[in-house]
Every structure is written in structure tokens, then in C-alpha cells.
Design a protein around this ligand. Sequence first.
Ligand code: ADP
Ligand code: MG
Length: 323
Amino acid sequence: TELRNQIAAGEVVERPASVVKELVENALDANATEISVVIEDGGQSLISVQDNGIGIPKDELELAVTRHATSKLQTSADLSNISSYGFRGEALPSIASVSRFRIVSKTQEDSLAGELCVNFGDIGENAPASLRQGTLIEVRDLFFNIPARLKFLKNPATELKRVTDLFVRLALGADGVSFSLVSGSRTVQEFFRFEDKKERLAKIWSGSVIENLIPVDYSAYGMRVFGYISNPKSLQSRPDRVLLYVNGRSVNDKLMLKAIRQAYAGKIISRDYPQCLLFLELDPKEVDVNVHPAKSEVRFRDERALFALMAKAVESALAKCPY
Ligand code: ADP
Ligand code: MG
């Protein structure tokens, strides 16, 4: 199983940003309202994520770091109806197989927290510890047991940039949750609990783009698209500023992007990318999120309806806005 964990780690855990993604998604699945991430050396020496979520019962810590143990899917029918971020039970065992891993967690019911260390896959003793309610996970020396993967990592600044981009995507998708990202002793990004999406966007996009944002809210074919798009006259063309979500999950979807760009055709130079933050909501049965282990790709059952909806949502928002 050790080898299998390492192989799975190759799929789920590519770099520090993917570790942060899995850990923060777990925190969100645990209904946390405060999530703090600390990174050192671009995540190579330390990635730590602490949340105030429901925690893991002390006697279930071993299970949580064991392959295919998920508390989130009860039946295979659930697989076509996924509302949590996680469902494979692969992330923790994968990460723990390629790092010095430590988890400390406390539920409301338990009076003491439990702590478990996993050393490159070797599970240690479950020991009592102290922590407020929630979970703390520390990942040190990522990939030190797999030189080939270690070599594949970029310099700390580049890895931190990827972590930051990912962190921002997660924070923009999770209203009502405070997030902080600290690198070394520097606070890189911070979102407060009651900031709305626009206030969060204002922290990452420039003022002129924010002032001219166009709201989108459009429903058709049983789906809804809402969020903000940039005014064609004030956008900074950057493909990394197309932020798309499907049922709350950040995705990179070419089809959605194509529909958005088509709606902007003629209004901006064709090689430009509009900036946008758009959330698509649809019946979970209409979309397959089980395409890729990192779950950033999705497949729609009715691609034509999806394309038409996205294009129409953006077109009609642009049409209402004089410029
Ligand atoms: P998955 O998220 O696919 O269920 P993971 O390997 O990411 O699998 O996590 C395994 C299990 O550990 C989860 O199903 C959950 O029960 C528990 N868990 C992990 N992280 C947390 C957390 N931050 N708070 C509470 N429970 C957690
Ligand atoms: Mg998970």
C-alpha cells in the first residue's frame, strides 16, 4: 500500500499548491469558518493548514490517513451527487506518504485533541494533545523521499505564486469563511469573514477594473450563472484572471471560457481575455467532477446547453452596460 499511496500522490499531489488545495478543501468540507495557511520556502519545508471545523474524533485519526477512507460518501449513488469537495479519501494518505506529516485534531465532544505523525508513510502512535476545536495539519519536507519529484519543483517564489493563486480561488468561492496565507513571517493574502465576493476581488484586482465590474445573474435550462465580468474598456488581459466555478468548485473549463470569449467578440481584441469571476450552478447530475484526481476538470452532460447559457449570460450582461 505504501507504493500505492506514493503513486496516488503523484496524481493528487503534484506540488505545494496541490497540498494546500486538498487541505483547505478538507477544512471547508469540515465547515470551518477560519482557515489559516502558513508556508515556508514555497511549501518545500513547511505547509501548515489550521481550521476551526468539526475536527476528527481522536480514535479516527488513523482512518483519516488510510487510503480510501472517506467520511463523505456513504453509497456509490452519492458519487453522482457530490456536494463536498472531497470524496476519494486519497489526499491525506497520499500527502502523508511523501512528507513528514502531522495532524492534530479535536472535535467538540472530545475533551482532548488527538495527534498523529506519519513519517513518509510510516504511521506513528496516536497521542493526546491540546488544541482548540478544529484541525491542524503540518506537512514538512515534501517529496524528500522522492528525489525525482523534488527536482520537478520550481523555486520557492514560483511555488508560492501558485499557492497564492490557488488560495485566492478557494477564498473567492467560499463566502463567510476567513482565510489567511502567511509565507515565512509575511502575510501574503487575507480575507475576512464577512467580506463579499466583490470586496474580496478588490484585494486582488486593480481599482479601475473593480469600479467598472459588470454584475451577471442569468438563469436558463435549469442552470444559473452569476458573478462579475470586467467592462471591455477596463480590463487587464490575463488568462489567469478568468475565475470559473462549477457548483462552488474552482475549475479550468475550456468550454466555459470559449463561451465567455465568444460573448466578448468584437468588444475586445481577440487575443485578450476578459477578467471574470463566474459561478455556474446546476444539478450535480448534469456534471461529472470525477474526471481528474485533482478535480479541476469537469465534464458536462449537455455541452450545447452549457455553452449557450454561458454565452447568453455574458452577452446580456454586456448589453445592459453602456460603454
Ligand atoms: P476526502 O476528502 O476525499 O474524504 P481526505 O484524504 O482528504 O479524503 O480526508 C480523509 C478524511 O479525513 C475525510 O473524509 C474527513 O473525514 C477527514 N478530514 C480530513 N481533513 C479534515 C479536516 N480539516 N477537518 C475534519 N475532518 C477532516
Ligand atoms: Mg479531501
